[in-house]
Ligand binder design. Structure first.
Ligand code: ADP
Ligand code: ZN
Length: 440
């Protein structure tokens, strides 16, 4: 069980289910009331006959219509805001991985609460004011920069705002400043290790790193374990998105068995993405979030398009805030290949089981006269790349294990370490060159 001292905010972190739900209902009603100040929600809620008075239980959340990314785009840039611009202190926009950027506004109170949420997450995994926290996120519009910055400062750590890229400098900072905790996207964490190896830096011997915060992109349990082993750290999964502030939405505790979502900030629902009906705990579906602690731009039943599930049962840490399973990906990451639905993370899970393989891989889809072809390129780690016999056996084994997982036969290309493209931000795992009715 968790002690008061293990919590940044014991009052909120140690609430019982009943207390959480009471607070949620109170905050939901206040949020709906406040949303009447938003030109967008005012019309939308009136159209659906929703007002704060007819929210009598958490179940009444279902009366509220969903908000979509398209709604954010249609009202770009400020049309969903529930306060006037002179009350706002900052805006962020999503990195636009899947289309036009969207804008999220924050008041000073929102920024303050966001920093508290991030500090709570970092404290939960054991970080304390005597830690040195280095952030390798891009600063600026990307919320992983300032989001972690203010959270780590709020906790009271010495912060190193190294920002993205310049790996040699990043490693120098880790060594010189005695960095104990690092935030990095998982693909960059591996990259960092490769460069350390090239430079003869042993993370265990030459650095004080003990904690890694990894997130912002889907990654498998296998990839996490590889990262932990390579760098000699504990790596914790961090989930967030610009629309929900950024980092600090859901975070693993020391148990590393799912991400606690802070229910004093968000009401969580998992729905079937086709029927939009709720699915039971334990079943995968689309994550839908309602902000209940935000001033500038609350979002009601926002469809995140991220696919996950609520893990049933209690966490041994004692916190009652629900746990999300690691993200399977976004509904728009799904590859439809020869009629089969495949998530890149399924492929990654298979690849990471081979100790000979690195963590960088690329899935390419092409048309051919005989039908579509999927090629999986993956970097080979510690193998002598001129041992052709061994490579051929390895290649066959990968093809067969992939077939067992995704039910289709793919081509596999093994490439020497460092030969696949590296991105500084989120990794690009799929290149779709197919010309189809949907994709031409
Ligand atoms: P964009 O939507 O343009 O990528 P964001 O920076 O807001 O910009 O990214 C948020 C998205 O990143 C989430 O919706 C989710 O798809 C992904 N993401 C964030 N954290 C994780 C994580 N820990 N695991 C998997 N995916 C994540
Ligand atoms: Zn826990």
């Amino acid at each position: 069980m968790v002690n008061q001292e293990d919590c940044f905010n014991p009052e909120m972190e140690l609430m019982s289910r009943r207390e959480i739900e009471t607070l949620q209902l109170q905050r939901l009603k206040a949020t709906v009331e406040h949303c009447m100040n938003s030109p967008f929600y005012n019309t939308r809620l009136k159209d659906y006959g929703v007002s704060a008075e007819n929210i009598k239980s958490l179940d009444d959340l279902k009366r509220i219509p969903f908000t979509t990314k398209q709604d954010l785009r249609n009202t770009y840039p400020f049309g969903i805001a529930s306060v006037s611009l002179d009350k706002c202190a900052r805006l962020h926009s999503s990195s636009g991985t899947t289309g036009n950027p969207t804008v999220i506004l924050h008041t000073q109170k929102d920024l303050n609460e966001w920093a508290n949420a991030v500090a709570r997450c970092l404290y939960m995994v054991g970080l304390r004011p005597n830690d040195v926290f280095q952030n390798s996120s891009g600063y600026g519009m990307f919320t992983g920069g300032l989001g972690f910055q203010y959270g780590a400062e709020r906790l009271g750590m010495l912060t190193v705002p190294a920002a993205a890229g310049n790996t040699m400098r990043q490693i120098k900072f880790i060594k010189d400043f005695g960095t104990t905790a690092l935030h990095a996207v998982p693909s960059y964490a591996t990259r960092l290790f490769e460069i350390m190896q090239q430079e003869g830096v042993d993370p265990n011997r030459d650095t004080k790193l003990k904690t890694l915060i990894i997130g912002a992109e889907p990654h498998s349990e296998e990839q996490r374990r590889k990262i932990e082993e390579m760098l000699g750290v504990k790596a914790y999964n961090s989930f967030g998105m610009s629309e929900m502030c950024g980092p600090g939405v859901a975070f693993e505790c020391k148990e590393q068995n799912g991400l606690h979502i802070w229910e004093d900030y968000y009401i969580v629902e998992i729905v079937n993405p086709d029927t939009l009906e709720p699915v039971p705990d334990g079943e995968f579906g689309e994550l839908v979030l309602t902000t209940i602690n935000r001033e500038a731009m609350p979002l009601l039943r926002y469809r995140t398009r991220d696919l996950t599930r609520i893990l049933p049962g209690d966490c041994p840490c004692g916190r009652q805030h629900k746990r999300l399973d690691r993200m399977k990906g976004r509904s728009d990451d799904m590859i439809i290949f020869r009629g089969v639905n495949i998530f890149p993370i399924q492929i990654e899970t298979v690849l990471m089981q081979f100790k000979e393989l690195g963590t960088n891989y690329l899935i390419t889809l092409d048309n051919s006269p005989k039908g579509d072809v999927m090629t999986v390129e993956v970097e080979v780690n510690a193998l002598a790349t001129d041992d052709f016999g061994r490579l051929a056996t390895l290649q066959k084994e990968i093809i067969s294990r992939l077939k067992a997982e995704i039910l289709v036969t793919v081509k596999v290309r093994l490439v020497p370490n460092g030969n696949l493209p590296q991105s500084e931000g989120k990794a690009v795992r799929v290149k779709d060159n197919r010309k189809t009715l949907y994709n031409s």
